[in-house]
Design a protein around this ligand. Structure first.
Ligand code: 6PG
Length: 308
């Protein structure tokens, strides 16, 4: 976890429709900011319940789809029209309904699938070595797509996404980074394969922490009563080191949480009303961000103190 990372900013909403509306506003602001500074918008999407929360984007007027480069923070090793595919879920929710060119959407290369995977992607491989080789190849190819998109204009060691949208699993996982998994300490690969995901299907690829923690913005979305305990664990006890708590982009990166009141019920961590926050690069905004961060830090410190 980068030492200079800013504290998470938590936004709560009375219900999911309000959350979705502000999330759409946030994505559009991030887009506009990125295009103004870097001429394009790079975003990574997750699976689970996230795609449905993105459906308002299909109707949004202020989106410059020709400037978007879409990746997936994790993907299941299944065909792109499979019910378990994160791409398919996002396509259904909004990508199929907007004027974005297919080549701007970076999906896994299904031509690398073995015959076994093609025949039955979720059956569980009979030949473990061949399956391992296949998964490594798919992850490496996806990493090459990242290199192709980021390496040209960016001499940094890691890709710097403008925005990575994330979910929080019931065990505190995010992307396909699961508690106790060896990938939590992966420090050089940008994309890695997972063959033993406790959440089905068990074969996936995932972005790694070096990528998550070099993004300009990461934003989690978590809604519903079922998220109460885990959300409190992640934000109030980050020292437990659960996968979601480890998402702390290095400065000037920021991490945000969009949660509904049902999910936030057991949270001590201070929440604020939704308001777009610029990153440190934005001219003239430094004081505002510094003030906002100072306020957040004071609030967090007060909560921590009250628990001692
Ligand atoms: C995946 C997802 C995963 C998801 C969480 C939360 O491919 O499984 O990317 O990381 O975001 O499991 O899922 P829910 O939002 O459905 O709880």
């Amino acid at each position: 976890m980068p030492g200079s990372a800013a504290a998470p900013v938590v936004y709560t909403f009375p219900a999911v429709p309000a959350l979705q509306e502000s999330l759409a506003n946030f994505i559009v602001k991030a887009q506009t900011d990125a295009i103004a500074k870097r001429g394009r918008f790079t975003i990574a999407l997750s699976g689970g319940s996230l795609p449905n929360n993105l459906s308002p984007l299909a109707e949004h007027k202020d989106i410059q789809w020709d400037k978007w480069h879409v990746f997936f923070s994790d993907e299941r090793i299944v065909p792109l029209d499979h019910a378990d595919s994160n791409y398919a879920a996002c396509a259904k929710a909004f990508l199929d309904h907007v004027p974005i060119k297919r080549e701007q959407i970076h999906t896994i290369d299904v031509s690398l699938f073995t015959d076994e995977t093609k025949a039955d992607p979720t059956a569980g491989p009979k030949d473990a070595d061949k399956a391992e080789e296949e998964a490594v190849e798919i992850a490496d190819e996806y990493e090459k797509q990242l290199v192709g998109c980021f390496a040209a204009g960016n001499s940094a060691r890691y890709p710097t996404f403008d925005l990575i949208l994330l979910g929080m699993g019931p065990d505190g996982h995010t992307c396909s980074l699961f508690p106790g998994h060896e990938l939590l300490s992966e420090s050089s690969r940008w994309v890695a394969e997972v063959q033993d995901s406790p959440k089905p299907p068990n074969r996936r690829i995932t972005l790694t922490y070096p990528v998550l923690n070099h993004a300009f913005r990461c934003a989690f979305v978590a809604a519903g009563e079922g998220k109460q305990d885990m959300l409190a664990n992640i934000l109030d006890r980050p020292e437990d080191g659960l996968p979601c708590s480890r998402v702390r982009p290095a400065a000037p990166g920021l991490v945000f949480w969009f949660v509904d009141e049902a999910a936030a019920k057991k949270l001590n961590y201070p929440a604020t009303e939704y308001k777009w926050i610029e990153d440190d690069d934005m001219q003239g905004s430094e004081d505002a961000i510094a003030a906002e961060r100072k306020k957040m830090k004071a609030e967090v410190d007060a909560v921590v103190k009250s628990h001692q």
